[in-house]
Structures are given as C-alpha cells and as structure tokens.
Design a binder for this molecule. Structure first.
Ligand SMILES: [Zn+2]
Length: 321
C-alpha cells in the first residue's frame, strides 16, 4: 500500500480535502471549498477540491493509494453510495463510481462522524483506548461509538445518533420530526436559532455587532460574545450545555466507556461551553461509571474528518464494512 491517501470531509457547509500520510497521520496539504447543495455539483466540487490539494502537496495521483470520504448523511459503505444527506440536499449519489472513473484509485465512503472517530482512535486522543464515544457538536450533534476497539455501527448502520436522544419530552421540534431531541437544544444551529429569536424580540446583545452581514452566528462569534460577558449568549450557551450534559451523562451510564472525546466546531471554538459541559456531565452521571470515564477534547480538531477518511481503506481492510 502506498503511504499517501486522500481524505475528504463532506460537510453541510464546506468540503475539505487533504493529502494524508497514512503511516503518521501527517496532513501534507489540504484544500477547502464551499458546498453547493445539489446532486450534480457535489462530485464536481469534490474533484476540484482533490485536485487543488494534490497540486498544493506536489504529489501526483500515481502516488495515492486511495480516496476516502466522510459524508454528513446516510451511506452505503459496501457500494460507496451517499444514500441521503438532507443537509446537502443530496440523494443516491454514486460517489465511488464517479470518483473512481475520474481518479483511477479505489474510493471508500463512510459517515462523517464515524470517519472522524477513526481519525481520533488512530492518531488522536483515542489512541490506546478500546471503549469510547466521540461526540461532535456543530450543525448537528452526532457520535461515533468504539466498542472493543472497533467502530460499532448497529443493526442498520446508524448507531451513534446521540443528537436524537430525547432530553425534553414534548420539547422543541427537531429536524428529524420528533420533539425534544438533544440536537434541538445543543447544536450550533439550535443556539443560533435561540439567540436570533431573542434578538428579534428586542433583547440586547453584543452579538448583533459581531455576526457577519448574512446574519449568521458562527462559533467564533459566540466565543467572542462570552469574552465580552454578554448575558444573552451566556444564558443560551449555559442552557445548551445543560442539555448536552444530560445526553453525555446518559451515554456514560448506559455504555460505561473509558473515554468520551468531544469535538466539533462549537466545542473547539467555545472553551466555556466545553468546560461547563464536562462539569455538568460529571455531576449528573452515576458515581461509579463517571469515576472510570475520562472526558477530553479531540486532538485532530477540525481535521479528524480528513485524517479518518484517508484511513478508510486501511480500516476496512481489517474491519469489513
Ligand atoms: Zn431528532
């Protein structure tokens, strides 16, 4: 096997492609493109992104072993198809077929959170642990479960949907159609909605001056508002961490992992959110499992996805999809 592979993180807002040394986890070069939401443009954008990363790395495709993709949605791992990605407005995209005919290297497709978890257990903070859960908080809330050193995908390949644990019966409407899911309270999207709603009702907050022209609230705006002691942002983030800690404490009680790794844009950018969540989780989880569970942040940060995706070929070689 050649030592370089390409890892692609196909997310709701951006595509990230990296040339990765799969022996060391080193990111040789990477490229980024904004995602356009439709079936046709996604493969084209991926191709452009890969070509840019290869040019940046000055490595020809002949030195690349494989191409791996972590996609934000449901995937058919065996056939390399993106079955459904509502955030991308993409359905039944034959990623393997399209990209193999373009690049002439084997293509592997996995779910974004599962792939980021593979990155963390191979080169990140999960090295040396056999039972752990990686939780990612961003546009949504998702998790990857590692059981006895292997990714646990469940009966229908959808295990780890921590974002749809119901933390408030009859509560806020979730994108999945249910009410009171964790994702409807603790994701960046949920926090953004709550803050925007309060601003519309006339509540004052420094965040009005921080957000960009499009009116979007990004994780870094939330961090800055907290540094400026903003009341609205403080109370919204505190409430989100309250719900997130309910979800994580339930995972600790139920699964009894050695380690919980928390990552994703909001966790990486907002220290207070992470610290508060850890404190609340430790207070809520049962004493015995909690004492045996360490909690940490990701080591690979925003790059766990591209590193993990580049490792899909190796991972699937020893763990059949
Ligand atoms: Zn839900």
């Amino acid at each position: 096997m050649k030592k370089y592979s390409i890892g692609i993180d196909l997310g709701g807002t951006k595509i990230l492609a990296g040339v990765i040394d799969t022996e060391t986890g080193e990111i040789v070069a990477f490229a980024k493109k904004k995602t356009q939401k439709d079936n046709e443009s996604i493969p084209d954008k991926i191709i452009q992104c890969v070509e840019k990363a290869l040019a940046e790395a000055e490595i020809p495709i002949s030195q690349i072993s494989s191409l791996g993709i972590g996609a934000a949605g449901q995937v058919d791992r065996e056939n390399g198809i993106l079955i459904a990605a509502p955030n991308l407005d993409c359905y039944d995209v034959e990623l393997r077929k399209i990209l193999e005919s373009k690049f002439k290297v084997p293509v592997f497709v996995g779910n974004d959170v599962e792939v980021a978890t593979i990155g963390e257990i191979t080169f990140g903070n999960g090295v040396g642990y056999k039972n752990l859960v990686c939780i990612f908080v961003g546009t949504g809330v998702g998790s990857g479960i590692v059981c006895n050193g292997r990714i646990y995908s469940g009966a229908t390949g959808t295990a780890g949907e921590i974002g749809h644990i119901i933390v408030h019966s009859g509560g806020r409407q979730c994108g999945c159609g249910e009410h009171g899911c964790l994702e409807a309270y603790a994701s960046r999207t949920a926090i953004e909605k709550k803050i925007t709603g309060a601003l519309k009702k006339g509540q004052k907050s420094v965040i009005s001056n921080l957000m960009d022209d499009s009116g979007r609230i990004k994780s870094r705006h939330i961090q800055r508002a907290l540094e400026l002691n903003d009341d609205l942002v403080f109370s919204t983030v505190t409430q989100a961490s309250e719900y997130l800690s309910c979800g994580i404490a339930s995972v600790i009680n139920f699964f009894n992992p050695e380690l919980i790794i928390i990552g994703g844009g909001l966790i990486e950018a907002v220290d207070f959110f992470y610290e508060m969540t850890v404190k609340k989780t430790q207070a809520k989880a049962l004493g015995v499992p909690s004492a045996g569970t360490q909690i940490t942040r990701t080591k690979l940060k925003d790059y766990s996805g591209i590193v993990g995706a580049a490792l899909l070929e190796k991972y699937y070689a020893s763990n059949k999809p």
